[in-house]
Design a protein around this ligand. Structure first.
Ligand code: DX5
Ligand code: ZN
Length: 223
């Protein structure tokens, strides 16, 4: 299985976002995870399509837009135009999940559903043909720097079984991404439970981030 690390910009230095993006990719990260919070669906307010467009020229790596917004549909075309590669959303934020997934795919992006700790995996059952990514939250969405919720490991195993059964039947791959509280000391266990794509915010953009341009090399190598 191949693995991807997707540093979350939420913990980056917002005054130097372009540099942060370029440095973290040069240090070995695979995707840029872009957390969009609307102070409505989640209790925080972050960045939108204008910032996505601004960082787009800083890297050729995929930009993984995690929408924590309600409603979902009307912001999708703006992110597609701003250069997003992957757009994921929470089913609770959409009136029509199948339509939102179709909208994302029609805009040329890969599409995914995000599952909060209490959101049942059954939401994926009837839309698997439209999923490129399944993202499990291992914290409640809204903030970086929270602790990994241990029950997510069982949920990961359950999601991995569903995805593997689907892939065996159809030959189509779906990535299994994990987001929240991923650290050097728990990433191996999380990988064993079935995740193949790892979001890490505070673990990557943590202490000493302004020390030197290669500051992410060692943390990424240890993840
Ligand atoms: C939480 C966000 C996460 C968060 C991860 O709502 O979706 O992407 O920034 O940050 P850490 O790795 O610090 O938990
Ligand atoms: Zn996220």
């Amino acid at each position: 299985m191949s693995f991807r690390i997707a540093p979350s910009l939420l913990s980056a230095n917002f005054a130097k976002l372009g540099e942060e993006v370029a440095n973290v990719i040069a240090s070995g990260a695979d995707w840029i995870h872009f957390d969009v919070m609307d102070n409505h669906y989640v209790p925080n307010l972050t960045i939108g399509p204008l910032v996505c467009e601004a960082i787009r020229p800083c890297t050729t790596a995929p930009i993984d837009v995690h929408l924590m917004v309600k409603p979902v549909d009307r912001i999708v075309p703006d992110f597609a135009k701003a250069g997003a590669d992957i757009i994921t959303f929470h089913p609770e934020g959409s009136e029509h999940v199948d339509r939102s997934l179709g909208l994302i795919r029609d805009s040329g992006c890969k599409a995914g559903l995000v599952f909060n700790p209490a959101t049942p995996l059954t939401w994926m059952d009837h839309v698997m043909d439209k999923l490129d990514v399944v993202l499990l939250m291992s914290v409640n969405p809204g903030y970086g720097g929270q602790s990994f919720i241990p029950g997510t490991l069982d949920k990961l195993r359950e999601a991995r079984a569903k995805i593997d059964a689907y892939t065996a039947r159809t030959g189509r791959q779906i990535l299994l991404e994990i987001d929240g509280g991923v650290k050097v000391d728990n990433i191996a266990e999380i990988a064993r439970a079935g995740a193949d794509t790892f979001v890490a915010g505070s673990a990557v953009f943590g202490a000493g981030r302004d020390a030197d341009p290669h500051r992410y090399d060692s943390v990424l190598a240890s993840l």
